[in-house]
Design a protein around this ligand. Structure first.
Ligand code: HT7
Ligand code: ZN
Length: 849
């Protein structure tokens, strides 16, 4: 298929004043009647055909201005010739039939456990009715739902209802991708909320009967999100109801439909027995993210899908700020950077690299990526660092007043910053238009007489379709420490705009130790050949918590790299430095737990490849285990005391304090298990009263090649709980020995409860296969073959999920010729599959290059 190009954008020739929809819901034959009130769009003068998108719709009737019209749709929509269209305002009425029960792609109107639900972003509305399915067409929607079901929901405010029907009206014009409908046998967990403007809002979380006692945390997170957006951004909610529905079959995390958010049940339902601390934190973040979209995405939406980062980057940035405020900014920043490096840097370094604002796509669903979301958020973080708190606030206030009700662009976004702060952002815009992770080299000079100079060199590597790039604006936050560890220059943001640029610091008493890129002030790879002593010094003294952690991290990566490439022993300096940090009671336990986390095998493979080595996954796996053992031995004298101090005795609370204590306790348990043959982990599993502790103990056992009895007990207890069983499936694969991974997947996929058409179950199993680095990359190609087999099987049912999961292959260039050939063969086999979807076809094609 031909790509869609940003440069081809033209406004839609018609405006839609009002949409009236009527749904008569039946699993095999739902009738959708639509009435569109149209007028010509003054932004596109002249006579135009009326083109409506529509896919898989059986057209039953069509009327233009009340008169029946004979007009046959094609495979992608319906065209009404310009000659038939009256001047001025007119109406178009259609009636179509669709079959939600057979919709396994989970786009458009589909069914999940007897419940009707919708997913319209990005282009799902065209599977519901004929419509201009593009985000710049914004209209008011009125919806009538008819079904023999107790709960009938749509966007906006409820108007009226009776037995078997309900009507909804959304006063806010919106694009079709924000349309939603839910109908089912549901129960609500409800709470009232009054906005700062005095509006009384009914909050409801709708779930299947029996799940209502697992909604309290999501509701609490929603209320905190609503309050936070009022105080942090001055944004209040704008309808009388806010509904959230939990759905078991869902392609992504959640969807911000106006007034009717639809969530993957995994990101709503939680109790201490069923959800881990990480689950609670993720629920909080996703509830906040979807709620924040009400302003950044819904009130101000995107002109076209190339502008996706306008809403996603900004909303991720806002949810990151929120989570930092709710928990710990330092821990949140480290977690966000770990994720950015694991997912976005990996994307930027491979065949799928694309700019934060791409300029072409084949299938838009393939562009809901870490680059759009996470790098999109980083770019906003840089803007904020450059213009300061006040400039950021002024720009955001201007954005909301100037663009409320608009379908906006990245140019609009940058213009509000320019207008609010007087800055020229022409060069900064390259962050949006150029792909790739800049590499930042550092050279230091000390003149012996008080002047210290840092010279930075940026290189912007080529990416697919973008061989040459200009210099970027890079905010480099720097601090200087003197040799006794005192800070002589507090954090200062240097603004790099040239390819090579020097910054001078005068009046220093001694040669300082630099702390560069504090808080990870820009999404770049810092290439600094600091020696181990300097890193150990920063690990002990840096006042910037991110860079302190980063010093330990880079030390650990150096140590592991030397173990892998030179057969070195785990370095004493790293072990001692880490031990001192972990035993420092003045530090947040969550932070200490993060410091104990070893670099992942995937991260190490990327690092080794960037340094010119060919990573050997088996060796990496073995050396990482040896590293963990050395750490366990070094910390052995401290582990009992640490575990005692971190033991939570109070009743379970999913807050940051308790979660931090559990994280450090369980990190220590993990290490202790390497020394005691699993005795403490067995005991911890037997005593665990919450999922966090239970799973941590189970993982410790699985890593020792034990835990079968515990897995069996777990299964017996949770076999009827889908979400909990997803964890059971996933853990066994994630922690399988490399040569056992494919066999474990084969055993688990043969079970009758491997419901592969449920995206959560599919991701739990097949996603875990590719996340087990050494297992996936077995030299015999068994991991690659298994993944390809399952993608080919899933694709006809659910192309979106199949395409997303194919990204496991994106790193193929890192590995040896044998593995490269095996992966390419699997990608070619996928690409050659008859009837392959546009989604998976595009991904396979791009990865093959
Ligand atoms: N805006 C949403 C992105 C999305 C999506 C969600 C669920 C299923 C399919 C989807 N396609 C795109 C979610 C978000 O970013 O908040
Ligand atoms: Zn989003």
């Amino acid at each position: 298929p031909a790509p869609v190009l940003l440069s081809d954008y033209q406004p839609y020739p018609f405006l839609i004043e009002q949409v009236s929809l009527r749904f008569a819901l039946l699993p095999q034959a739902t009738r959708v009647s639509a009435r569109l009130d149209l007028t010509p769009n003054p932004a596109r003068p002249g006579q135009h055909d009326l083109r409506l998108d529509g896919e898989g719709l059986r057209l039953l009737s069509l009327r233009l201005g009340g008169t029946p019209l004979e007009c046959q749709p094609d495979a992608t929509g319906l065209t009404i010739p310009a000659a038939l269209i009256p001047a001025g305002a007119f109406t178009l009425e259609t009636e179509v039939e669709i079959a939600p029960e057979g919709n396994t792609a989970l786009e458009g109107l589909y069914m999940s456990n007897g419940m009707y639900c919708t997913q319209c972003e990005a282009e799902g509305f065209r599977k519901i009715t004929f419509y201009p399915d593009r985000p710049d067409v914004m209209a008011r929607f009125r919806v009538r739902i008819e079904a023999d079901l107790p709960v009938l929901l749509s966007n906006g405010n409820p108007v009226d209802s009776g037995a078997g029907w309900a009507e909804w009206d959304d006063p806010w014009p919106k694009p079709a991708y924000l349309f939603a409908l839910v109908a089912g046998d549901l129960v609500a967990h409800s709470a009232p909320f009054t906005t700062a403007e005095g509006r009384k809002v009914a909050l409801n979380i709708w779930v299947r009967p029996g799940d209502q006692d697992r909604c309290a945390y999501a509701m609490d997170a929603l209320i905190r999100s609503m309050q936070w957006d009022e105080t942090a951004y001055g944004r209040a909610y704008d309808l009388d109801v806010f509904n959230i529905v939990a759905v078991d079959d869902f392609n992504m995390g959640a969807m911000e439909n106006k007034g009717l958010n639809i969530f993957n049940s995994k990101f709503v339902l939680a109790s201490p027995e069923t959800a881990t601390d990480d689950d609670f934190a993720r629920i909080e973040a996703i509830i906040a993210h979807e709620y924040f979209h009400n302003w950044t995405g819904n009130r101000i939406t995107c002109r076209d899908w190339f502008q996706l980062c306008l809403k996603e980057g900004l909303t991720v940035f806002r949810d990151q700020q929120f989570s930092g405020d709710m928990r710990s900014h330092a821990v949140k920043r480290i977690e966000d950077v770990l994720m950015l490096r694991a997912r976005q840097f990996r994307e930027d370094q491979g065949p799928l690299a694309h700019p934060v604002r791409p300029d072409s796509y084949v299938e838009i669903n393939n562009f809901y990526t870490a680059t759009i979301y996470e790098k999109g958020a980083e770019v906003i973080g840089m803007l904020k660092r450059l213009v300061g708190e006040d400039g950021y606030k002024a720009a955001l206030d201007l954005y909301f007043t100037r663009h409320d009700g608009d379908a906006a662009t990245i140019e609009d976004w940058l213009k509000v910053f320019e207008d609010a702060t007087g800055r020229d952002l022409t060069q900064f815009k390259r962050w949006y238009t150029e792909a790739g992770t800049p590499r930042l080299g550092v050279h230091e000079a000390w003149d012996g007489a008080g002047t210290y100079t840092l010279t930075f060199t940026q290189t912007n590597p080529p990416t697919p379709g973008q061989p040459d790039k200009g210099a970027k604006v890079i905010p480099i936050a720097v601090g200087l420490l003197n040799p006794n560890g005192d800070e002589v220059l507090p954090t200062t943001v240097l603004e790099m705009t040239q390819a090579v640029q020097s910054f001078r610091f005068d009046g220093l008493a001694a040669r300082p130790v630099p702390s560069i890129l504090r808080g990870f002030s820009a999404p770049v790879v810092l290439e600094r050949d600091a020696d181990a002593a300097e890193r150990a010094f920063l690990l002990a003294h840096d006042t910037d918590p991110f860079n302190r952690w980063e010093a330990g991290r880079s030390l650990a990566k150096d140590v592991l790299a030397r173990m892998v490439t030179q057969g070195a022993a785990p370095a004493r300096g790293w072990l001692d430095g880490l031990a001192a940090l972990v035993c420092d009671d003045s530090l947040d336990p969550a932070y200490r737990a993060l410091a104990l986390r070893l670099p992942s095998e995937d991260d190490m493979a990327a690092t080794l490849a960037a340094a010119g080595h060919v990573p050997d996954p088996d060796r990496l796996h073995a050396e990482r285990r040896r590293m963990a053992l050395a750490l366990a031995e070094r910390l052995a004298p401290h582990l009992p005391g640490l575990m005692e101090a971190m033991r939570v005795t109070a009743p379970f609370a999913p807050d940051a304090t308790q979660a931090g204590q559990r994280a450090l306790f369980n990190a220590c348990l993990q290490l202790a298990s390497r020394l005691d043959g699993g005795a403490q982990a067995r005991d911890a599993y037997a005593r665990a009263s919450n999922m966090t502790d239970g799973l941590a103990a189970l993982v410790a056992l699985l890593d020792l090649g034990q835990g079968q009895a515990q897995l069996d007990a777990f299964e017996t207890r949770w076999r009827h709980d889908r979400l909990v069983m997803d964890k059971w499936f996933m853990l066994q694969i994630l922690h399988a020995a490399p040569d056992q991974t494919a066999a474990t997947v084969a055993r688990l996929t043969a079970r009758t409860d491997f419901d592969w058409q449920n995206p959560n179950r599919f991701r739990a199993v097949i996603g875990a296969l590719s996340a087990n680095h050494a297992g996936f990359h077995q030299a015999d190609g068994s991991g690659y073959r298994l993944l390809a087999d399952w993608l080919i099987r899933l694709d006809p049912k659910n192309p979106q999920t199949a395409a997303r999961m194919s990204t496991a292959f994106e790193t193929w260039r890192r590995y040896d010729a044998g593995r490269q050939q095996l992966i390419r063969a699997e990608l070619s086999r996928i690409a050659a599959t008859q009837g392959l979807s546009r989604d998976l076809g595009e991904m396979a094609g791009r990865m093959l290059g």
